[in-house]
Ligand binder design. Structure first.
Ligand code: GTP
Length: 363
């Protein structure tokens, strides 16, 4: 059984963190999002995974050396300077996928405990061309929304309907089962949106079905959602504490601390905080509701709250990083700098003066 993972998007909503890494490699409780997906695929007896990537993503994913969980990993690359969208990469991978059996397609940027085995079973039973995993949400307006018949056939599929106009609260969870005849619907070497071009066509032909997924599901397209999935998983899993703490420091659960991370005296970490690997935290530091990527240094008496700090960042003494701030990789915040809520800073920028209003600071 094979799965195609769509991972060649540009993750514009997660800038500046996505300037230097694809969404599929964002750490979620200290494990790349893609590793969570590989683990889940392995458990459901999937044997081969095709990564639908662009050139840069392929380099980054290969370099990360994610444990493969007994999967055979292959790569199908979009043509240079021509992103194929969400549908084009499926056609591009036709030879690697083959026509032998139904297969899975997953958006690489969602965290979803979907029962792939059940999804494929239901897909085969109905003889659909495509079966979409659907999830119930309160506000479906920024997703593809499906109206289901009693037999789980999709009667309507509307991409991002205006508020109050949505046909139901069931949204596209970004996990699909396809039969090989799907290849006939996608033109070769073209940018195609599965959601806008292929699904409406399948609805007309009565070949699109839904499978309602009721377990954990989270799209990590936006920074708030990225923090939220970390929070949810922290409260579900108990990470082994491998860090070194000094006198009087406190870890307030739930929190996860990566390998070789060192925490100084009287610092308080957590709750709802993930510190990556090889991080150095000075004395009297306060960090809560935040995620900090590998290799970052946080100097004495700094305060970080509800923020995402990239890798290899340096946060100076007494610096204040409040709610909604996002610091790209290799950013340097000088001593005593205070940021306003919602400031985002592009990779490798050095900030030596306080910032009073929310804005994006780039080169
Ligand atoms: P935003 O720019 O923030 O909307 O992110 P995105 O384009 O990366 O995500 P979107 O939700 O539009 O895409 C859903 C999934 O399809 C993600 O896992 C993307 O990585 C993937 N994807 C989107 N566009 C392409 C593409 O052109 N080629 C490939 N191979 N994958 C894509």
């Amino acid at each position: 059984m094979k799965a195609l993972v769509l991972a060649g998007g540009f993750a514009t909503r997660l800038r500046p963190l996505s300037c230097t890494r694809p969404k599929a490699l964002f750490p979620v409780v200290n494990k790349p999002l893609l590793e969570w997906t590989f683990e889940r695929l392995g458990k459901h007896n999937i044997k081969e995974v095709i990564m639908a990537v662009n050139h840069q993503t392929e380099i980054a994913v290969r370099a990360q050396r994610i444990p493969k969980h007994a999967l055979r990993i292959m790569y199908s690359r979009d043509p240079p300077k021509k992103p194929l969208g969400t549908g084009g990469p499926i056609k591009k991978a036709e030879k690697l996928i083959g026509h032998g059996s139904s297969f899975l397609v997953l958006n690489g940027d969602i965290f979803a405990d979907v029962d792939y085995t059940r999804l494929l079973e239901i897909h085969r039973k109905t003889k659909a061309t495509a079966t979409i995993a659907l999830c119930k949400v309160d506000d479906p307006s920024r997703f593809g929304v499906a109206k289901l018949a009693k037999d789980n056939r999709i009667l309507r599929f509307v991409e991002k309907p205006p508020p109050e106009k949505e046909p139901s609260k069931l949204i596209n969870a970004g996990v699909y089962a396809f039969s090989p005849e799907i290849f006939e619907y996608i033109p070769e070497n073209q940018t195609v949106s599965t959601e806008r071009e292929i699904f409406p066509e399948l609805v007309k032909e009565k070949k699109l079905y839904g499978y309602v997924h009721r377990d954990l599901w989270m799209d990590i397209g936006k920074p708030e959602e990225y923090l939220e999935i970390n929070r949810i998983l922290l409260s579900r899993t108990k990470e082994p504490q491998r860090h070194r703490t000094s006198l009087g420091s406190q870890i307030r659960e739930p929190a996860a601390i990566g390998k070789a991370t060192v925490i100084g005296k009287r610092s308080i970490i957590g709750p709802n905080t993930v510190l990556g690997h090889n991080i150095t935290v000075g004395d009297n530091v306060r960090i809560q509701d935040s995620v900090i990527f590998d290799g970052t240094e946080i100097d004495d008496s700094a305060q970080i709250q509800n923020a995402i700090i990239g890798g290899h960042v340096k946060v100076g003494k007494r610096a204040n990083i409040p709610k909604g701030c996002i610091l790209g990789d290799y950013v340097k915040i000088r001593d005593d700098v205070s940021l306003a809520e919602g400031v985002t800073i592009c990779p490798a920028k050095e900030i030596s003066e306080s910032v009073a209003t929310a804005r994006n600071i780039c080169c």
